[in-house]
Design a protein around this ligand. Structure first.
Ligand code: CA
Length: 580
């Protein structure tokens, strides 16, 4: 009843808005992905982060200068992983602690701010981050650390609807940007370290009403909802107990915490899933579907069309959440994925068949390669941390060194694909960990790991490496080493450029073909967010959020100590070419 009433009110608000204001964001606009706006996370639903703009190019980029900067203010200066959105003269940018701002694109002046009231006891595993919002009609929609979705009026910042996506007291939260596909709002959820159940859900973006929900752990029922919100069973995900023993699937993790991408040519949405819970793999024999996988979903029905598991029976926290970026190769549509486990996968976007897989990290100890025929990793038996029940006192299993460390050869920072160079640009990290397993049992709202660990650098001179990767040959065409671990995303342009940020505070532009550094700017704090670009009138702009934080300072062990000189922050920078 309440939902119906809210829907009616939204209907009135929308008709009022369309009369009073200019263009609301439509599905056609999102699919068209024109260069005068940035309407989705990934700079397009396919997540390529490629712009056709050329005003800023290899010859002109040295004249790139700040147009304006805006501070997120307050004392909440940490963990800014957000990608701004651009529409109709406004920037919409989220900040840490579930904040969102609308800024005037010309001046950087604040138009409005929304600060979500967070309860005590939220449980973000990996800092108080947010990665961005979605735009639909006159709404801007984002997820919060207490597991809610909030839709605000783009012009006023007033809340139009709010919906709970999970119980924050059980460890649910939301940090990813929502995805709009075929008129639906698609979201995942965070909380894989607390024994939550990862899901993908579709809602009516105008009202927040649920359309379907699809759990990512085998054995759980999916549901669709009729127009009165009544739930109707929509098929079990997988086959109960097929790849999960006993009851552990009930709290099986597989958080969809980085959100998804969509490809209009296949009609499928692609969501990555996190680690199976708990980390101690000896408690859950089997492959543990659909954890550590890419899952392709039919957007209209929420049915799983295919899944491809990159780390079956994960024992290292190799979340398979990384973005599945679709692209053309030899006249066919594929998806590229740089997995946390150190391997880069090229997969048929239509049917999930593995085409190619190769390492993009220098040091990988858990597997020696990927069998292209079966799609399965060739495991190194000595690479798995030992079973605690076989340890001396039954409390601690044998410690092993594993690379990559659980923070991954790549983590949340999104890569980019350039259809002109036909290369992926991947922010990679070289680190490992000492890891051991311990006994653990599920307790609501408590960390559910059964593991201890210390992250360590693999090499003395660098951890981060910005790598240009050929998906066809698996070759690293060029790389730029970076002292601190890379934690920001990448953008590439038809101007022959690759843009990326560093924890040391620089936004850099390099030649997409050679990796030669052409420009850099010190933003005042670490960059752990992906840049964007757009054109307004005859001017091309570039923007990036700055503000060190995220998982590295919290979980990085020896690496965290190495980079503890880095200062936190919270601001957004906008650049354009200097003209007289
Ligand atoms: Ca995880």
């Amino acid at each position: 009843m309440q939902k119906k009433l809210l829907g009616l009110m939204v209907g009135i608000a929308l008709s009022g808005a369309s009369a009073a204001h200019a263009v609301g964001v439509t599905d056609a606009m999102i699919e068209k992905n024109s260069t005068d706006s940035v309407l989705s996370w990934g700079m397009g639903q396919d997540g390529q982060r490629f712009s056709k703009l050329t005003q800023i190019n290899t010859k002109t980029v040295d004249k790139l200068t700040p147009a304006w900067s805006f501070s997120f203010g307050g004392e909440k200066q940490r963990g800014q992983e957000s990608q701004p959105l651009i529409h109709e003269g406004k920037m919409f940018v989220t900040g840490s602690y579930s904040r969102i701002y609308a800024l005037d694109l010309k001046t950087g002046a604040k138009l409005w701010k929304y600060e979500h009231r967070l309860p005590d006891g939220i449980m973000p595993c990996c800092d108080v981050v947010n990665r961005g919002a979605a735009l639909y009609d006159n709404l801007v929609i984002f997820g919060t650390l207490d597991a809610q979705l909030v839709a605000l009026d783009q012009n006023t910042g007033k809340v139009v609807w709010k919906e709970k996506i999970g119980d924050y007291a059980a460890g649910y939260s939301m940090t990813a940007a929502p995805l709009i596909a075929k008129g639906l709002l698609l979201t995942g959820n965070s909380g894989g370290e607390f024994g939550i159940v990862g899901r993908v859900e579709a809602r009516n973006p105008r009202t927040g009403e649920l359309v379907w929900t699809r759990p990512m752990v085998e054995g759980h029922m999916g549901y669709k909802f009729d127009k009165d919100g009544k739930e109707i069973e929509n098929g079990i995900s997988g086959t109960t107990n097929k790849t999960w023993p006993g009851d552990l699937w009930k709290t099986g993790g597989a958080a969809t915490w980085l959100g998804g991408t969509y490809d209009a040519s296949t009609g499928l949405a692609y969501f990555g899933t996190g680690n199976p819970a708990p980390w101690n793999s000896h408690l859950r024999p089997g492959d543990n579907l659909y954890s550590a996988s890419t899952v392709a979903l039919d957007v209209a029905t929420g049915q799983i069309k295919w899944s491809y598991q990159t780390t079956p029976h994960d024992g290292w926290d190799y979340d398979g959440v990384n973005e599945f970026v679709t692209f053309d190769m030899d006249g066919k549509r594929f998806g590229g994925k740089a997995d946390r486990n150190g391997f880069f996968y090229v997969v048929d976007a239509k049917n999930g068949k593995l085409q190619n897989a190769f390492p993009f990290a220098k040091k990988i100890t858990w597997a020696t390669g990927i069998d292209i025929k079966t799609g399965r990793p060739i495991l190194n038996p000595a690479g798995r941390p030992g079973d605690p029940t076989k340890g001396e006192d039954g409390k601690k299993g044998a410690t092993v060194f594993a690379a990559p460390g659980f923070l991954g050869a790549k983590n949340q920072m999104p890569m980019a694909y350039n259809p002109q160079t036909k290369l992926f640009y991947v922010p990679a990290n070289e680190w490992g960990m000492d890891i051991w397993n311990e006994p653990v049992s599920y307790k609501k709202g408590a960390a559910y790991l059964g593991a201890g660990f210390t992250i360590k650098p693999n090499f003395d001179d660098y951890i981060g490496a910005m790598r240009a990767i050929d998906p066809k040959t698996g070759k690293i065409v060029w790389e730029i080493k970076n002292n601190a671990p890379l934690w920001g995303g990448v953008m590439t342009t038809a101007g022959g450029l690759v843009f990326y940020g560093t924890p040391e505070g620089f936004l850099k532009a390099v030649d997409a073909k050679s990796g030669k550094e052409l420009w850099k700017f010190q933003t005042g704090s670490g960059v752990v967010a992906p840049p964007v670009t757009w054109q307004e009138g005859d001017t091309q702009y570039v923007a990036v959020v700055s503000g060190w934080g995220g998982a590295v300072p919290l979980w990085g062990g020896e690496v965290a100590k190495k980079v503890n000189y880095l200062e936190q922050g919270g601001s957004v920078w906008v650049f354009k070419l200097h003209t007289k």
